[in-house]
Structure formats: C-alpha cells, structure tokens
Design a protein around this ligand. Sequence first.
Ligand code: ADP
Ligand code: ADP
Length: 229
Amino acid sequence: HPIIEGIDVHKRYGAFHALKGVTARFYPGEVTAILGPSGSGKSTFLRMLNRLEKHDAGQIFIDGIELNDDPKHLAAIRREVGMVFQNFNLFTHLTVLRNVALAPMRIRKVARKAAETRAMALLERVGLADHAHKYPIQLSGGQQQRVAIARALAMDPKVLLFDEPTSALDPEMVNEVLTVMRELAHTGITMLVVTHEMGFAREVADRVLFFDQGSILEDTTPDRFFNDP
Ligand code: ADP
Ligand code: ADP
C-alpha cells in the first residue's frame, strides 16, 4: 500500500488558493522529484505531508493513518516523516553531534550515550564524523546540510521530504549534498524532493511530479518528462 496518500488536498492562504485539489500516492522506496515554477505550491504540499501546516480539505494518509488533530497521530507522523529544509534549520547553540542526537533523546527517550553513538555513525555516513564536536556556524553550507540530513535520519523515518535542499548553497557545495541524497535514494527510503536540480530529477528520481498553479500538471517518469516533446 502507499506510504503517503494525498486525496483532493486543498490549501488556501486567505483568498489565495495555493493547493487546488492535489491527489497523489507515493509507494515505499520511491524517489519523487517535485518540479514546477516558484509559487506553484510545491513547498506547501510538503508542509502538509508532515503537518507543519494543516490542509483545509481533502485527506492525507501516512502509512494508512489519516492526518488529523489527534496529537497521538502527530507524534507518529513526526517519527515517520523527516524533513530537510532549504536553510538547514540546525540548532546553532548545539554541537553537530547534539543536533543529530537530540530528537531521538527527546522524542524516543533514547539514552544520551546510545543516541550519540548512533549520531556518530550517521555523521560518518555523511562524511562528517571529524566535525561532530563543532558548532554549525563553523561548517560550510554543504556540511550543514549534510548534518541536517543526518539529523532527519536519526529518527529512522520511513519518508524523507526535501524542500529545495541545495538552493541556498554555493555552487561548489551542491554536489556534496546531492551525492549524499543519491546514496540515500539507493537505500530504499521513500524520498520526495522539491528541487531545481534537473540532473538529480533525471538521473536519480523514479518519478517526476510537475506542479503548476496549485495543481499537479504531470505525474510521470523522468524519461518521459525529459525526453518526450
Ligand atoms: P513553491 O514551493 O512552489 O515555490 P509555495 O508552496 O512556497 O510554492 O507557495 C505557493 C503560494 O502560496 C505562493 O504564492 C506563496 O506566496 C503562497 N504562500 C505560501 N505560504 C504562505 C503563507 N504562509 N501565507 C500566505 N501565502 C503563502
Ligand atoms: P519557497 O522558497 O519555498 O518558495 P517562500 O519564500 O514562498 O519559500 O516562503 C518562505 C516562507 O514564507 C514559508 O514559510 C511560507 O509559508 C511563508 N510565506 C510565503 N509566502 C507568504 C505570504 N504571501 N504571506 C505570508 N507568508 C508567506
């Protein structure tokens, strides 16, 4: 069954209709690139999926559980759906290691030592074990974004949402983040990636969604999207 299901999802900001009935299902292990012009609702759609914001109408199911106001559900959703933002959103007053260990300690009540051991393994995986005891500001943007990915992985989510993860980076740092994302894509985690990186969409994604003015205009394969006239 789908790990994420959105059925006729609507979102309005005042009079502005940002999502106009979006329906899409995402299956375990699928990597979806979400493309489309600025303002077309891509980021709004991602924020609906992990309940950073509420949808006004329609239904969203995460692993079969409908998103609603039940706080028990919200906690489950936050565990299953990780998110990586354009601007990293790291905690500036915590070391890199503590940034990655924090959510498992707070939310899953993992003991500090165990959480930090696992955080270290995740930092190794994104190539940053040597920077574990630094503060985010001492790292480059590309390194900070890799920390943010490790932090999202620390909760063992089934789904990772990426909202323009390379858009705030200097060009020379884009590849180190895309490389980590490419490796992740091969691990079987479900990924939804809002991006302007057409290379990633073409070479890594299984599927392309193209948003326009709050609707999905195309839902197809990268091959069809990039090669059909
Ligand atoms: P995209 O990610 O495709 O660039 P967004 O989902 O960020 O688009 O935004 C879709 C539209 O909704 C934009 O016109 C944006 O200005 C508007 N919008 C997004 N968030 C808000 C908000 N919190 N309040 C009002 N308008 C918003
Ligand atoms: P993006 O780069 O994803 O398109 P935006 O610049 O559209 O981001 O939005 C950045 C933040 O500002 C988001 O949290 C969004 O909800 C909010 N936002 C966007 N447009 C508006 C708006 N017209 N009024 C209020 N908040 C907005």
